[in-house]
Ligand binder design. Structure first.
Ligand code: FAD
Ligand code: 2HG
Ligand code: ZN
Length: 464
């Protein structure tokens, strides 16, 4: 399929030629059919519009592409694996999609400093494999590991399954290099445990959702690999019992690596979708998956903690990799299984642990009172107070569903975005969590780093 010559460019007249000069003819894509592969949001709720996809092959090319676009005042949307769940990674109104698909290098692990350097477009799984081969582990894991990129994960400050143990992406990021829209490259990739030389680019860029600069390379911390891993699944009758157990596990189990919550409806959906048997003969309303990792004896220490949990109706334990993966599948396959039902409203919220159980009970009623045909799927990272509220069976543009859930969260002192970010999907609700003064300060940071205002307009920051 031709990339140019056979299409009428929707870009300012000199820009296509300039972009081709920077990245090469093959890496400026303008064919409508090709572009449509880059404009569909993972959730199926939004379809964007891009005039071209540009694929730079180095950090310097990223910087030059941005400078050229800034000169023409043309908007740019960085895109990694396009697994983001808040409609922040697809371009709108003819903005250029800057794809990091060619920036996939993962360098040799530095075993002395326990770090690895990677280009922004490297998939998480490639970083995990490099860490593993060197006898260490990367501290972040999530189900989209084959596609999500480290650049996208920095931009969204991705959380995932092991935040309770290792923290989100921010805590793994020792160094970062990024291109500003004026063509400057900023940041460094030095394995320095301490560096107080002023503003900390990793902190500023983590969670910036492509609005401040385009991440080109990262230096990631690694953690020692566990010698022993065990996974257990516990069944409970009520959300209150499950959340109380989660808090106890967190306090009493030093090896804890994950504490995840699922419900009977979600597990039944996963079983039907993957054609696998249910975990227990009698379905239980709430299930807690606990993973422990550490020095030998994890399974015995997990059994000690399990013995002190109240309200456990049923339990299963796995030590070998395949049975462990089978237990994890009940949790990890939720996103894919729910997506098969059609466009999904995804709400990703954190509550103070003291209010988590009552929120879980109340949120279903809040949604179904408004839309009786809606199905509400609840699952998430119970140890972090983070519950994913997925709603299906309502129109993709039915914003009332999102609004009632997020207002309930804000009333109860929670966060309207625990780990997926604001993107476009949550833009209208940012004010539920952030004051006008804070949004003003964020806009000032944006103006300072991206004075041309071309990076991801319409994402994260409401129009001023
Ligand atoms: P994209 O979707 O391409 O982009 C996301 C945002 O980052 C956009 O705003 C984009 O403009 C910006 N961006 C991308 N690359 C760059 C760059 N190089 N420089 C600057 N900005 C950039 N998220 C979690 O936090 N925890 C989970 O457990 C989790 N599980 C998931 C499971 C599934 C099955 C799926 C589909 C998604 C899941 N996600 C999860 C969401 C998603 O994987 C993360 O948000 C991830 O960080 C996105 O990475 P990406 O490369 O796909 O980024
Ligand atoms: C997870 O924890 C992800 O599985 C995705 O954050 C959540 O699909 C979702 O809503
Ligand atoms: Zn999650």
């Amino acid at each position: 399929m031709g990339n140019h010559g056979d299409v009428t460019s929707r870009l300012p007249s000199d820009l296509p030629a300039e972009l081709r000069r920077i990245v090469g003819d093959r890496h400026v894509l303008e064919d409508a059919e090709v572009l449509s592969g880059f404009t569909h949001d993972w959730t199926g709720r939004v379809v964007g519009d891009t005039a071209a996809v540009v694929r730079p092959g180095s950090a310097e090319e990223v910087a030059a592409v941005l400078a050229a676009c800034a000169q023409h005042g043309h908007a740019v949307v960085p895109q990694g694996g396009n697994t983001g769940l808040v409609a922040g990674s697809v371009a709108f109104d003819g903005a250029i999609t800057l794809s990091t698909a060619r920036l996939t290098a993962v360098h040799e692990v530095d075993t002395l400093s326990a770090t690895v350097r990677a280009e922004a477009g490297a998939p998480l799984a490639a970083v995990q494999a490099a860490a593993h081969a060197s006898g260490s582990t990367f501290g972040v894991d999530l189900a989209a590991r084959g596609t999500a990129t480290v650049g996208g994960m920095v931009a969204t400050n991705a959380g995932g399954l092991h935040v309770i143990r290792h923290g989100p992406m921010r805590e793994q990021l020792m160094g970062v290099r990024a291109a500003r829209s004026n063509g400057d490259l900023i940041g460094a990739l030095r394995p320095l445990a301490k560096d107080n030389t002023g503003y900390h680019w990793p902190s500023i860029l983590c969670g910036s959702e492509g609005t401040l600069a385009v991440v080109t390379d990262v230096l990631l911390r690694l953690v020692p690999s566990a010698e022993d891993v065990a996974v257990a699944l516990f069944a409970f009758a009520t959300a209150h019992e499950a959340i109380t157990a989660a808090a106890l596990v967190r306090r009493a189990f030093a090896d804890v690596n994950a504490i995840e919550l699922v419900t009977d409806a979600g597990v039944a959906l996963v079983c039907a979708s993957l054609d696998v048997p249910p975990p227990f003969a009698t379905p239980a309303p709430y299930l807690l998956l606990v993973e422990g990792a550490g020095t030998p004896g994890v399974v015995e220490r997990l059994a000690d903690v399990a013995a002190s949990l109240e309200g456990v109706l049923d339990s299963a334990v796995a030590v070998d990799p395949e049975p462990r993966a089978a237990l994890w599948r009940y949790r990890e396959a939720h996103t894919e299984s729910i997506a098969r039902l059609g466009p999904v409203h995804k709400l990703d919220v954190t509550l103070p642990l003291s209010g988590l159980a009552s929120f879980i009970e109340d949120v279903r009623a809040v949604v179904t009172d408004l839309r009786p045909d809606a199905a509400v799927w609840l699952f998430g990272h119970a140890g972090d107070g983070n519950v994913h509220v997925n709603v299906t069976g309502v129109a993709p543009d039915d914003e009332d569903v999102d609004r009632v859930v997020l207002e309930l969260v804000a009333q109860r002192d929670g966060s309207i975005s625990a780990e997926h970010g604001i993107g476009r999907a949550k833009l209208a609700y940012l004010r539920l969590n952030r004051t006008a003064a804070e949004i003003d300060a964020m806009r000032a940071v944006k103006r300072a780093l991206d004075p041309a205002g071309i990076l991801n307009p319409g994402v994260l920051l409401p129009a001023g």
